[in-house]
Design a protein around this ligand. Structure first.
Ligand SMILES: Cc1ncc(C[n+]2csc(CCOP(=O)(O)OP(=O)(O)O)c2C)c(N)n1
Ligand SMILES: [Mg+2]
Length: 689
């Protein structure tokens, strides 16, 4: 039986050589950083983390986030060596490995469980999709906040249901990106002592030495954020790593940054400490030399000595299993004593909704003056949040404008010391807000975040990744058009809607009135695997008389016939979303008086509409009716899909302008007269305005 030191060396060299071999076989990838960080990963997984490889979705597991996503082979090697099991449909571990050796051999190949960068949902044990640097680090803050919130909600004396820690491995790139600064600033403020970032201080990025561009004192910066900072001057020194981790474990008032000095491509005689080892294979000859250096069989490929998984089974495996089993035991008693909380944990973990979740939803009475959709949304959100305790969220400092504050008694604010609060405050940090929301959703609470639609641009990378991960985060974006008026073009979204609609999987909903807002939220709450953008107005919208027009329930289909001719045979279609729907309704009424048969189609969600069958789609937009007008206070990009080549789109062709709303709507052509004229033009009728 080998001693602990030689077992450690065996494990670390296995991780290193698997990374080298996989990248070489793929002829692409990043070998240097997995080689450098192999001891850190080994140490964290085998000696520190509480994680049961048999049940990688056990809710109280410690989280490991590889923010340096390019070092993916480090994670795949760990998942393989730890014998982490694949998760089945029912959220339980199966007998299959999440990552087999064959999958590692197919690193970066189509459908391999080892894609170029780690992908949540695709490979069990991957906690979040990483690759865009800094995102993972910010996700980890959301995971740590989720632990804090869930601990307050679920833990009871003698029942520590949620106690997990969150570890994130960050590189120079992660710490150069602004998002990590936003997230670290908030984590320090919130005193998230359950959060540990490990910074791979290898002083190398793609272009060469970090001395080219990065000379600040990172430790001092984090200390200023309110973090505890520890320094390990050699990534291979387990004792020093161990001391740093102990310092983290003991800390109760701040997050911890462990700065680890490492050597990229450690042990490669010609590549170590060079940027050449960052993103390309070492080459056959260098691999041979490196293996020789490691005392490893030079020609062996993908070699995993039996002792390695056995040793890890004795460490991580046993520790994780014991922890989970005793947790399960405790949970049995917990369920007996707190049946409702236990049921909530189960419901939440399965992304389901508690019974009666929609009981507070009521219809808004028709009202010509109406109210802004941000206002109706505020009422609906509060009604829902009362029934869904884990619906938590906030704003990037705009809650008074976005109206997303939960105002009912006991809703509270999430701050250091009051982490059970339901109102989160992200500060003016849209990018981090997005990634933190993803971290929260990955931990299975249901998060929403809000801001102005224009600033979706500041959070777009996180929105995109949420969609790729298929997680149900809710973005409430208000001030959704030039309707913001005097704030002018910097604050008026133009191309944002079109660009969000271009993100695969993302659902956008732009409701037309208060009752469409109710139905939009009803749809949103039931979505389990997609992020949603809810685009809302600042200005008042009339609440349509639904006894005269169709029910707002049509929102669930994405688009529906709101107003029609008596015979259901329109000559011209007026299609609109959000604030422009009532404009079309007015145009419809006037056209009717003139004997022109029009139909108003409210199209709050293109994505939901696209999910409908052809029959339904044709019933809403009959192919035979080619006279079509769309109206939307946004870039017209994309509308030709619905109005066809011969249709007309009334929209924004330029940036907006700073002026009172009524002047803007006239200036940019969002008037009933203009809609009528466009409809008549479509019907090739003479137009007189
Ligand atoms: C947001 C973002 N910008 C650029 C890249 C491309 N990129 C991948 S790795 C890398 C350099 C990262 O350097 P570092 O974090 O120090 O990693 P190391 O080379 O030390 O592994 C860059 C620029 C990226 N993945 N994400
Ligand atoms: Mg680096």
């Amino acid at each position: 039986m080998a001693d602990q030191t030689s077992l450690y060396t065996l494990c670390v060299t296995t991780i290193r050589t698997l990374a080298m071999d996989a990248v070489q076989a793929a002829n692409s990838g990043h070998p240097g950083t997995p080689m450098a960080l192999a001891p850190v990963a080994y140490y964290l997984w085998n000696r520190v983390m509480t994680f049961d490889p048999d049940e990688p979705v056990w809710p109280n597991r410690d989280r490991f986030v590889l923010s340096v996503g390019h070092a993916s082979m480090l994670l795949y090697a760990m998942l393989h060596l730890c014998r982490v099991k694949a998760v089945g449909e029912d959220y339980c571990g199966t007998d299959d490995l999440a990552v087999t050796l064959d999958e590692i051999k197919r690193f970066r190949q189509l459908e391999s469980k080892c894609p170029g960068h780690p992908e949540y949902h695709w490979t069990s044990g991957v906690e979040t999709t990483t690759g865009p640097l800094g995102q993972g680090a910010a996700n980890s803050v959301g995971m740590a906040m989720a632990q804090r919130w869930m601990a307050k909600y679920f833990n009871r004396p003698g029942f520590d249901i949620m106690t997990y820690d969150v570890f994130a491995l960050c590189g120079d790139g992660c710490l150069m990106e602004g998002i990590s600064s936003e997230a670290a600033s908030l984590a320090g403020h919130l005193k998230l002592s359950n959060l540990c970032w490990i910074y791979d201080n290898n002083k190398i990025t793609i272009e060469g030495s970090t001395s080219l561009v990065f000379s600040e004192d990172v430790g001092a910066r984090f200390a200023a954020y309110g973090w505890q900072v520890a320094h390990v001057d050699d990534a291979n020194d387990l004792d020093k790593l161990s001391r740093a981790v102990q310092v983290f474990k003991k800390e109760t008032g701040r997050p911890t940054l462990i700065i680890v000095d490492s050597h990229i491509a450690f042990g490669a005689p010609n590549k170590q400490d060079t940027h050449g080892a960052h993103g390309e294979p070492l080459g056959e000859e260098e691999i041979r030399l490196t293996k020789k250096n490691y005392d490893w069989p030079e020609d062996a490929k993908f070699l995993v000595p039996d002792e390695v998984p056995r040793h890890i089974q004795d460490g991580l495996g046993q520790r994780g299993k014991a922890a989970r089993e005793s947790w399960m035991q405790m949970f049995k008693d917990y369920r007996a004593k707190y049946p409702q909380l236990a049921a909530h944990l189960h419901t939440m973990q399965h992304r389901q909704l508690p019974d009666g979740w929609d009981r507070g939803l009521t219809e808004f009475p028709s009202d010509r003056k109406g109210l802004a959709s941000r206002e109706s949304s505020a009422k609906v959100l509060n009604a829902l949040a009362k029934e869904v305790p884990w619906l938590i969220g906030g704003s990037a400092d705009l809650a008074p404008s976005t109206k997303t504050r939960l105002t009912f008694e006991g809703a509270g604010d999430f701050e250091a010391g009051t982490e059970g609060g339901r109102n989160l405050h992200f500060g003016v940090r849209e990018h981090a807000m997005g990634a933190i929301m993803s971290g929260l959703a990955l931990s299975k609470v249901r998060p929403y975040g809000s801001g102005f639609l224009i600033f979706s641009d500041y959070g777009r990378p996180a929105i995109r990744l949420a969609s790729m991960m298929e997680i149900p985060v809710i973005y409430v974006f208000t001030h959704d058009s030039i309707g913001v008026g005097e704030d002018g073009p910097t604050h008026q979204p133009i191309e944002q809607l079109a660009s969000l609609r271009a993100i695969p999987g993302l659902v956008t909903i732009r409701p037309a009135d208060a009752n469409e807002v109710v139905e939009a939220w009803r749809v949103i709450m039931q979505i389990q695997h997609q992020p949603v953008i809810l685009a809302l107005t600042r200005q008042a919208l009339p609440t349509l008389d639904r006894s005269q027009y169709a029910s707002a329930r049509g929102v669930a289909q994405g688009a529906y016939v709101l107003a029609d001719t008596d015979d259901g045979q329109p000559e011209v279609l007026l299609c609109a979303t959000g604030s422009e729907v009532s404009l079309c309704v007015e145009a419809y009424e006037r056209l009717k008086v003139e004997g022109i048969k029009s139909r108003v189609v409210s199209m709050p969600s293109w994505e939901l509409f696209e999910l409908q069958n052809q029959e339904y789609k044709d019933s809403v937009l009959p192919p035979s009716v080619t006279a079509r007008v769309s109206v939307e206070q946004a870039a017209t990009f994309g509308w030709s899909r619905y109005v066809g080549l011969s249709g007309t789109s009334i929209g924004m062709k330029t940036f907006g302008a700073s002026a009172p709303l009524k002047d803007l709507t006239k200036h940019f052509g969002f008037t009933v007269d203009h809609v009528i004229a466009a409809a008549k033009e479509q019907l090739q009728m003479p137009v007189r305005i």
